[in-house]
Design a protein around this ligand. Structure first.
Ligand SMILES: Cc1cc2nc3c(=O)[nH]c(=O)nc-3n(C[C@H](O)[C@H](O)[C@H](O)COP(=O)(O)OP(=O)(O)OC[C@H]3O[C@@H](n4cnc5c(N)ncnc54)[C@H](O)[C@@H]3O)c2cc1C
Length: 470
C-alpha cells in the first residue's frame, strides 16, 4: 500500500520526550503526524511526575534548607525554619505548568494532531483510540508508528501501596506532609535522588537495597564519596538487604510502616518510598495484534535504528530500556523517525553524559576505572578537588571532585567523572573532548574563565600528567 492509503504517514504513541521528538521530526519532514497521548495531559513521566518535578523539588530543597551555604555559615543555617511540602510544591507547580505549555505549543506550531486517547493495536497498521473525555473511540491507520509509551513504577505484591504510608516516585507529589522518617526501598538513581533530597530537608532516611554496592555502573571512587556524604546527612544505608514485606501499624496517633528484611531486621518508619524499578507501559497497547511481544519487564526490543521486528513499527525512550534518560529518549525518538522515512542520520555520539541528581550531584561520560581495568587498557588518572579551586572556596563546596581518566600511552581522554555542585553541567566540557578524540593536554593548553569550577579540568590534567612522570 502507498503512504497515501493510510490516514497518517506517522502515528506516535506517547507524548514524553521520545514521542515529542519523534513527532516533531515527522512534521519537519512535512509528514501527516498524529500523536496519541493516553492521559489528559502531555509531557509524560518526564514533565508530570519524574524528571521535572524531582529536579525542581531538589532545587527547592537545596534553597530552603540552605544546604549549599552550610560549608560557609554552618550546618544550622537555613532559609526557612520549618519547611513544608507546600513550600516545595510552590516551586514545582509553575515549572510543570510552564513545561506542559511549551510542549503543547511546539506540537501545535509544528501542525501535529494531538489526541488525548490511549492507543491500542488492532493490527500492525491500525490503532484504536479511546478518548479520555469519553467521546466515541476512533480507528486510525498509519504507514509508520513510533511507540514511545515510557514506563510505570514496577509492582511487587509483597510491598503493597497504602495511600497514607507507602508511595512510589509517581505519587510523591501527593504527599500531604514531610515525614520525620522515611524508608526508601531500592537504591537505584530515583531512590537515591529522593533519599538525598529528603535527607537535605532534615528527614531521617533509611535506604535499603539488595545489591551490596550503590549504582554499579558509576565509578567506585565517586560512589564512595556519595556514600560518605549520604551518611553525613544521617542517611542509614542498608545494602545487601532484601525487603520481604511491609506491615501497616495503625496502633498510635499516626499510621506507620513496619519494613521487614530477610535478615530479620525490622524498620519502623512514618513513610516508605518504593523505588524498585520501572516496567514498560505496554500492557494497554495489545502488542500481539501488531506482531510484537514485550519482554518480561514490558520492554520492546529494537535494533540500532530503533526498529522493532515489525519493520514499520519503531520504539524509542524508556520503553526500550537502558539508559532510560529524558536526554537519550529525545534523541532516540528523532532517530527513529528519520530512519522510518529512509533518512540517514548522524548517529548518537558513542559517549552520552549520565546525570544523577543526588545531593551532591554526579555526572560522568566515558569509561570508568573498573571498566578500563577489566578491558586491560593502560590508563592514568588526574584529580582535582573543588576545595583546591578558588570557585570551590567561594561557593563553599568542600565535597566536589573531578577525575579525568586518560590513556597512558596515547594520552587520549577516556572518561570524566564528577561529584559536586554543577557536575551535570561541567561534564559537557569533558564530553566534548572525549567525543572529538581529544587528549589530556587539551586541558593544560586551554584557558578557562577564572574563578570557575571548570578550572578543575586544568588542575586535574596537571595532576594526571605529573603522575605519568613520577
Ligand atoms: C523520578 C524520576 C526522575 C527522573 N530524573 C531524570 C533526570 O534527572 N534526567 C533524565 O534525563 N531522566 C530522568 N528520568 C527519566 C525520564 O523521565 C525518562 O527517561 C523519560 O521521561 C522517558 O521518556 P519517554 O518519552 O520514553 O516516556 P515518558 O516520559 O514516560 O512518556 C510516555 C508517555 O506515553 C503515554 N502512554 C503510555 N501508554 C500509552 C498508550 N497506550 N497510548 C497513548 N499514550 C500512552 C504516557 O501517558 C506518557 O505520557 C527520571 C525519571 C523518574 C521517574
Amino acid at each position: 500500500m502507498a503512504d497515501s492509503d493510510y490516514d497518517y504517514d506517522l502515528v506516535v504513541i506517547g507524548s514524553g520526550p521520545a514521542g515529542q521528538r519523534a513527532a516533531i521530526q515527522g512534521a519537519k519532514l512535512r509528514k501527516r503526524v498524529l500523536m496519541a497521548e493516553g492521559k489528559g495531559i502531555v509531557g509524560g513521566v518526564c514533565i508530570n511526575s519524574g524528571t521535572i518535578p524531582s529536579k525542581t523539588m531538589r532545587e527547592a530543597a537545596l534553597y530552603l534548607s540552605g544546604y549549599r551555604e552550610h560549608g560557609i555559615y554552618g550546618e544550622s543555617y537555613s532559609v526557612k525554619e520549618k519547611i513544608t511540602l507546600q513550600d516545595l510544591l510552590f516551586r514545582v507547580e509553575p515549572v510543570v505548568r510552564h513545561e506542559i505549555d511549551v510542549v503543547r505549543h511546539q506540537l501545535h506550531r509544528n501542525g501535529i494532531e494531538l489526541v488525548n486517547a490511549p492507543a491500542t493495536f488492532l493490527d500492525p497498521h491500525t490503532l484504536r483510540l479511546d478518548f479520555v473525555d469519553g467521546r466515541t473511540a476512533r480507528k486510525v491507520t498509519a504507514a509508520r508508528i513510533v511507540v514511545a509509551v515510557g514506563t510505570e513504577a514496577a509492582v511487587d505484591p509483597r510491598l503493597p501501596y497504602d495511600d497514607n504510608c507507602v508511595f512510589s516516585s509517581d505519587g510523591i507529589l501527593d504527599l500531604k506532609d514531610l515525614p520525620q522518617t522515611l524508608c526508601v526501598v531500592g537504591a537505584g538513581v530515583i531512590g537515591l535522588e529522593y533519599a538525598s533530597i529528603f535527607a537535605a530537608l532534615g528527614v531521617r532516611v533509611t535506604l535499603i537495597d539488595m545489591r551490596p554496592r550503590l549504582l554499579p555502573f558509576v565509578d567506585a571512587e565517586v560512589i564512595e564519596a556519595l556514600a560518605y556524604h549520604l551518611r553525613e546527612m544521617r542517611v542509614t544505608l542498608r545494602l545487601g538487604e532484601e525487603v520481604t514485606g511491609f506491615e501497616i501499624l495503625d496502633d498510635g496517633p499516626r499510621k506507620r510502616v513496619q519494613v521487614k528484611l530477610a535478615s530479620g531486621k525490622q524498620i519502623v518508619t512514618e513513610k516508605a518510598l518504593r523505588s524498585i524499578g520501572r516496567t514498560g507501559a505496554t500492557t494497554r497497547l495489545n502488542l500481539p495484534a501488531a506482531g510484537l511481544t514485550p519482554d518480561d519487564r514490558g520492554r520492546i526490543r529494537v535494533n540500532s535504528a530503533y526498529q522493532t521486528e515489525v519493520p514499520h513499527i519503531y520504539a524509542a525512550g524508556d520503553v526500550i530500556g537502558f539508559p532510560s534518560l529524558a536526554s537519550t529518549s529525545m534523541e532516540q525518538g528523532r532517530l527513529a523517525t528519520l530512519h522510518a522515512f529512509g533518512i540517514e542520520a548522524v548517529h548518537s555520539p558513542e559517549w552520552f553524559p549520565y546525570g544523577i541528581y543526588t545531593i551532591p550531584e554526579i555526572s560522568f561520560a566515558g569509561r570508568n576505572e573498573e571498566e578500563l581495568t577489566e578491558q586491560g587498557v593502560p590508563y592514568e588518572t588526574g584529580k582535582a578537588q573543588y576545595r583546591e579551586i578558588a570557585r570551590g572556596q567561594i561557593i563553599g563546596d568542600s565535597i566536589g571532585m573531578l577525575k579525568l581518566i586518560f590513556h597512558r600511552e596515547t594520552r587520549e581522554l577516556l572518561g570524566v567523572h564528577i561529584i559536586g555542585e554543577g557536575a551535570t553541567e561541567l561534564v559537557h566540557i569533558g564530553q566534548a573532548v572525549l567525543s572529538l578524540g581529544g587528549k589530556i593536554d587539551y586541558f593544560v593548553d586551554t584557558v578557562f574563565n577564572y574563578p570557575t569550577l571548570a578550572e578543575c579540568y586544568k588542575s586535574a590534567a596537571f595532576d594526571g600528567i605529573n603522575r605519568l612522570n613520577c
